[in-house]
Design a protein around this ligand. Structure first.
Ligand code: FES
Length: 223
């Protein structure tokens, strides 16, 4: 298609880039004249100045909105509104563990496991270590602790026990939460769907077989 004028490389770039890119006119010799080059450069500089001014204004507006010190917020955790004081840098995981003492979710990002910090946010499985606490304000957060209320134990927990899916225990709460969320979303899941759906949790203990059996058994019974 090259040479017909419709090649992706032959025309101006689409979208916002077109406004700041200035093409110099080719001379009769096939090159670029100094005059057209200077005209093009001047327009480019002007366009850049306009863009820079806009970016500066945006940066100033962003800076005015930045939260600097600790901020009092309310997090809805396991059905209760909990007041916490958080710095902007704090993850939800830190706040859950260190301020609310919900230690089921674990911080194991640096030891070759993944998903040990899984919690539910608005019904979705989320790594609490990758969410700022401030971002979780106004959402419904559930931790593994919510899956047992006195004698009421979620069937996923029973299933982990029955099929020996507990592993050494560190990643287990995150796996339990991920399995609960997965079954809520896929109550009649197949083996392939279970393997894919729980793929975000990785653990050295590797009792994946027991966890898979638990999930499949619950899926067979309608979760
Ligand atoms: S290392 Fe994950 S449960 Fe043991």
């Amino acid at each position: 298609m090259a040479g017909n004028g419709n090649s992706p490389c032959s025309g101006p770039l689409p979208g916002p880039f077109t406004s700041t890119r200035v093409a110099a006119k080719p001379t009769s010799k096939g090159g670029f004249s100094r005059r057209s080059f200077l005209k093009g450069s001047g327009a480019a500089v002007a366009a850049t100045a306009v863009a820079t001014h806009g970016e500066e204004a945006q940066a100033q507006e962003n800076a005015a909105n930045v939260v600097r010190g600790p901020k009092e917020i309310t997090l809805n955790v396991n059905g209760e509104d909990r007041k916490v004081s958080v710095e902007p840098r704090m993850s939800l995981l830190e706040v859950l563990r260190q301020q609310l003492y919900l230690t089921g979710c674990k911080d194991l990002q640096d030891v070759y496991v993944d998903g040990a910090d899984t919690v539910m946010i608005d019904g979705k499985a989320v790594y609490a270590g990758l969410v700022f606490a401030l971002q979780a304000e106004g959402k419904k957060i559930r931790t593994v602790e919510s899956l047992r209320q006195g004698r009421n134990v979620d069937p996923v927990i029973d299933g982990f026990v029955k099929h020996d899916g507990m592993q050494c225990g560190y990643c287990t709460p995150g796996f339990v939460v991920a399995t609960r969320v997965f079954l809520d979303q896929h109550p009649t899941a197949s083996l392939e769907e279970v393997q894919q759906g729980l793929g975000g949790n990785i653990c050295r203990c590797g009792t994946y077989d027991g966890i898979t059996k638990c999930a499949l058994e619950l899926a067979k019974g309608g979760a």
